[in-house]
Design a protein around this ligand. Structure first.
Ligand code: 4GY
Length: 223
């Protein structure tokens, strides 16, 4: 699986060096390329932003450095080119699945007041939002996409991890317990200690349905 990220702040992607995603990169299961847009600026001061036409607060990212970086990273437009933006279509687990199955991904992170609209019109395929709130840049959203998509790369997760989790069947996940069997006076549901796997599966399915009905009735109606 290959994911390329274009950003003015490549050091913000340090968290992806840790834990499961870090190991996926180290082992070659995930080909993650973080590209500094500034390296592609043809300006003598490597400038990457300027004032917005029409006035207003903040700065807009210049088209030239971004488009040169896109052409270098994805010369034949073989990747799905995605701009992280609150204006985009909301990310869902279904969308994550389709991205994971879809081939190479290129993510553009905006910063400041965003990118020149012509970059999106001329070079990008779609916009994705991770939720209805505004961040200072697209870097955290791009990390969210990298993380949740990379979980689907072959061998990244333990076998079966993708099967039972929340949303995989449109329901929230059942509660989990581990040792000790009694913690601060609180026990574990007896069925989980019974060794009866048919009963355990049944209990977990019931818990999933109950939790989803209580907390996310919208997920049930849309099912
Ligand atoms: N929410 N989902 C989001 C975001 C920050 C200025 C445009 C989001 O995806 N991206 O809040 N992005 C802004 C920062 C330029 C993107």
């Amino acid at each position: 699986m290959k994911i390329t990220v274009l950003t003015l702040f490549p050091e913000m992607f340090a968290p992806l060096k840790e834990s499961i995603i870090g190991r996926a990169v180290q082992s070659g299961k995930l080909d993650l390329r973080i590209i500094n847009i500034r390296d592609y600026s043809e300006d003598k001061h490597k400038k990457c932003d300027d004032y917005p036409f029409g006035g207003g607060a903040g700065m807009v990212m210049l088209p030239q450095p971004i488009c040169s970086a896109v052409k270098a990273a994805d010369p034949d437009h073989s990747a799905r080119r995605i701009y992280m933006s609150p204006k985009g279509k909301r990310l869902t687990q279904q969308k994550v699945c389709s991205l994971a199955a879809g081939g190479d991904i290129l993510l553009l992170c905006g910063h400041y007041e965003g990118v020149d609209q012509r970059v999106l019109d001329l070079y990008f395929d779609e916009e994705i939002s991770i939720g209805d709130y505004v961040l200072t840049g697209g870097e955290l959203p791009a990390m969210v996409v990298c993380d949740c998509v990379a979980r689907y790369a072959d061998g990244v997760l333990a076998a079966g991890s993708l099967v039972d989790e929340s949303f995989s069947d449109g329901l929230l996940e059942y509660p989990q317990y581990t040792r000790p069997a009694v913690f601060e006076g609180a026990g574990v549901p007896q069925v989980l200690l019974s060794g009866n796997h048919a009963e355990i599966d049944k209990w977990r399915r019931e818990q999933s349905k109950k939790l989803t009905a209580e907390r996310r009735p919208d997920l049930i109606k849309n099912n």
